[in-house]
Design a binder for this molecule. Structure first.
Ligand SMILES: NC(=O)c1ccc[n+]([C@@H]2O[C@H](COP(=O)([O-])OP(=O)(O)OC[C@H]3O[C@@H](n4cnc5c(N)ncnc54)[C@H](O)[C@@H]3O)[C@@H](O)[C@H]2O)c1
Length: 203
């Protein structure tokens, strides 16, 4: 069962074998009808707003959609005794780490509302695990990239802010310039080393 409000997602990207519900994560009625009408074993939560810059100029949107709406989801799960949760967090929870190699134990110190909104949910999940026996997994990744091997679905954002699709748009003649930010890193050309996970590996 896929719940999406199509705010940045696309109807065509949802497999026709899935039951699709167009609705809002923060809307108790939308959630209630899903949990009542379907047998839900686990929830994989990937819905969020995720533009770092926008989170700085409009933090309310991020705390509302990434924190408050997620709390509504968790509340509905508790009510229906669903206790397995996979959460798409972000490496933005680390902020600017003092070490080169980050592990799960590296201190988290997010530097923008987007990262903070995700860390808040991680903390809520830890509390839910000890109080309500919730079993959860948190995925903190840097950049997801790529397309499914059949090429039926892939990255499709508007505006596009992700570097790999931007490079591909440039190669297709759809954009004149590419801006790569950061020029004084300790690398051959001064640009930073970026970390990517293929979306299929992530799935
Ligand atoms: N793309 C990356 O590089 C990256 C890196 C780290 C973490 N993440 C996280 O992965 C998840 C997915 O990111 P993405 O890049 O696919 O973004 P995306 O914007 O393409 O996907 C988010 C989806 O959630 C839906 N959505 C948002 N708010 C909703 C709401 N209130 N109710 C119902 N649906 C809602 C959107 O319509 C969209 O389909 C997010 O949680 C994001 O923070 C992404």
């Amino acid at each position: 069962v896929v719940l999406d409000n199509l705010s940045t997602g696309h109807r065509w990207a949802i497999d026709e074998k899935a039951v699709f519900v167009e609705g809002n994560l923060g809307n108790e009625k939308d959630l209630e009808s899903i949990f009542t009408n379907h047998k839900i074993d686990a929830v994989m939560h990937f819905a969020a707003n995720s533009l770092v810059g926008e989170s700085v100029t409009d933090p309310l949107k991020y705390y509302q959609n990434n924190v408050a709406a997620t709390l509504t989801l968790l509340q509905t799960m508790m009510k229906h005794n669903v206790k397995k949760f996979i959460f798409s967090s972000t490496a933005a929870t680390y902020g600017i780490p003092s070490v080169d190699i980050i592990t799960e134990d590296t201190a988290t110190n997010p530097i923008n509302p987007y990262g903070r909104s995700k860390l808040m949910i991680e903390q809520i999940l830890a509390d839910f695990a000890s109080a309500y026996d919730m079993e959860y997994v948190v995925l903190r990744y840097f950049n997801a990239a790529g397309a499914y091997e059949t090429a039926e679905i892939g990255e499709c954002h508007d505006p596009e802010t992700h570097l790999i699709p931007i490079i591909l748009q440039h190669l297709l003649g759809e954009r004149e310039n590419i801006s790569v930010f950061g020029s004084d890193y300790d690398t051959e050309d001064g640009t930073c080393i970026r970390d990517y996970i293929h979306v299929t590996d992530l799935a």
